[in-house]
Write a protein that binds this ligand. Structure first.
Ligand SMILES: Cc1cc2nc3c(=O)[nH]c(=O)nc-3n(C[C@H](O)[C@H](O)[C@H](O)COP(=O)(O)O)c2cc1C
Length: 476
């Protein structure tokens, strides 16, 4: 039985009103310019570009993919209307006991409808957008799988590392130090050998989501994807490198990264909303084979000023991860975690708790700001009471405005774990740390029972009014 593919997901999001088709946009700046406007507001539909000038009708680009909770829900196979917090709970459960099904090799699949080898390879057959005005070129790989094999153990890893097009048979890949792809590539280069690699663009978004997540070292994302689908991912082997790729992917190419073979890469607008990382020499991929389905679809997840497609889905996952890590550290009564998208889902965390003792909120804030899932590129961590919806920024600002005693509720911790992409890290490239603020915006525990009561209807009154007056209420 063939796996669900990108086209199944497109049909499913279309069925719930989450898809817009746009015809005739140019790949240079226009597609990216339209996507930029769509991404500025959460809840806008995904955009499928067709009839791209200079390309056959049917050769398409899909972007603004996972910038809505319903579209993430559909990708993960949960009801489209599940709430933000239900999605966070799904991630928590998933991470607690991630199911795993090994991939299954098959003899062929739709990806092999068009196969080009040697000089016939031409990346320019794909309408690859220059996504932002100041980008250094077209980036075919954003929502991609960069697939590599551990030469020692045979472990297959894939990760989302950006891939730029430099010519018909040349691309580059930017993999940060410490990422699994970098570690695997170095293993070949340390022995003076070329590193085999396959790049896949256009897969079911659940497979792409795993590409951008920290699946543990030694575990294959293909197995994790099988666990989400509830069936083995069917793969075919690329002819030169033997690298496994999903049989129903839209576009794939393979080749080698040779030792010391670098090419000036970037810049690409980043998820923080800046060009802080800039342009540097990065590994070149010399391509030997390219395949694509008939009417291929390039899938893009574009970083930009948040909200953006690089960070929103990672935010819902991060909420679940931070929540699990708070509980693992012994913090009781966590009621919600939200990584606000305006902070690229990293710079701003809100934790809601039912406070049980003096110091409880401070404990939660300190741990959230420094646990593994929350520490990287954090700047603001706000702890609120359980009557505050952490996903609602108005509620959060109201709590910060009315429940903070500046003498004891604001802590600044210097020297946190940050990144060269953080425009405010201490010293650019050489000192990738930052300072962060932890704010206790819960009611002072010692005054909990005497704190002024809230001037908003109780849940019981709300429910009664909603039942009796439903047709007269806003949104009816
Ligand atoms: C859309 C998107 C683009 C990304 N681009 C890069 C990139 O260019 N380089 C990089 O090192 N990490 C990038 N990341 C983050 C990695 O994909 C992420 O850290 C992932 O865990 C890497 O896989 P690994 O854990 O197997 O190394 C990106 C993530 C997403 C979602």
């Amino acid at each position: 039985m063939a796996n669900k593919d990108l086209r199944d997901w497109i049909a499913a999001i279309d069925a719930v009103g989450e898809l817009k088709v746009i015809k005739g946009a140019e790949p240079k700046e226009e597609i990216g310019g339209i996507v930029d406007i769509y991404m500025r507001k959460m809840g806008n539909p995904a955009v499928l570009f067709d009839e791209i000038p200079g390309y056959p009708k049917g050769t398409r680009v899909l972007a603004n993919i996972l910038t809505s909770v319903p579209r993430i829900n559909v990708a993960l196979g949960i009801p489209a209307k599940s709430t933000d917090m239900e999605l966070v709970q799904w991630w928590r459960k998933y991470m607690g006991n991630a199911p795993s099904i090994p991939p299954k090799e098959v003899n062929g699949g739709p990806l092999m409808e068009n196969v080009m080898e040697g000089d016939a390879v031409d990346l320019n057959k794909i309408p690859t957008p220059v996504w932002h005005e100041h980008d250094g070129g077209p980036f075919i790989g954003t929502a991609c799988l960069v697939i590599m094999k551990d030469p020692d153990s045979g472990w297959i890893n894939y990760g989302a590392y950006r891939v730029q097009v430099h010519g018909p048979k040349t691309a580059s890949v930017m993999i940060s130090p410490g990422k699994h792809g970098r570690i695997l590539m170095n293993k070949y280069h340390d022995k003076g050998e070329p590193c085999p690699v396959a790049v896949v663009v256009g897969v079911h978004p659940a497979m792409f989501m795993l590409s951008g997540l920290e699946i543990p070292y030694g575990k294959s994302e293909f197995e994790a994807a099988g666990g989400i689908f509830g069936e083995a991912v069917e793969t075919i082997r690329m002819p030169k490198t033997g690298m496994p790729v999903p049989a129903n992917a839209e576009i794939a190419f393979e080749g080698y990264i040779y030792p010391n073979d670098v090419i000036q890469e970037g810049p690409l607008g980043e998820w923080t909303g800046y060009y802080a990382g800039g342009s540097r020499p990065e590994p070149a991929i010399r391509i030997e084979t390219m395949m694509h389905r008939n009417d291929p679809i390039l899938l893009g997840a574009i970083p930009a000023v948040p909200p953006n497609d690089n960070t929103f889905y990672l935010g819902t996952y991060r909420c679940g991860a931070v929540w699990n890590q708070l509980e693992a550290a012994g913090v009781p009564e966590v009621k919600g975690v939200w990584a606000h998208e305006a902070g690229g889902s990293r710079f701003w965390l809100t934790i809601s708790i039912k406070t049980l003792y003096g110091g409880h909120a401070k404990q939660a804030g300190m741990i959230a700001a420094h646990c593994h899932a929350g520490a990287y590129c954090n700047r603001w961590t706000i702890v609120v009471d359980d009557d505050i919806d952490p996903t609602n920024i108005d509620d959060v600002i109201w709590a910060m405005s009315t429940r903070v005693d500046t003498r004891e509720d604001i802590d600044i911790i210097e020297g946190g774990w940050s990144s060269a992409l953080d425009p405010m890290c201490y010293d650019g490239d050489t000192d990738r740390r930052n300072g962060r603020v932890i704010i206790d915006a819960t009611k002072p525990f010692r005054r909990k029972d005497t704190f002024p009561i809230v001037a908003r209807s109780s849940k019981a009154l709300d429910a009664r009014i909603m039942e009796k007056w439903a047709k007269d209420l806003p949104g009816a």
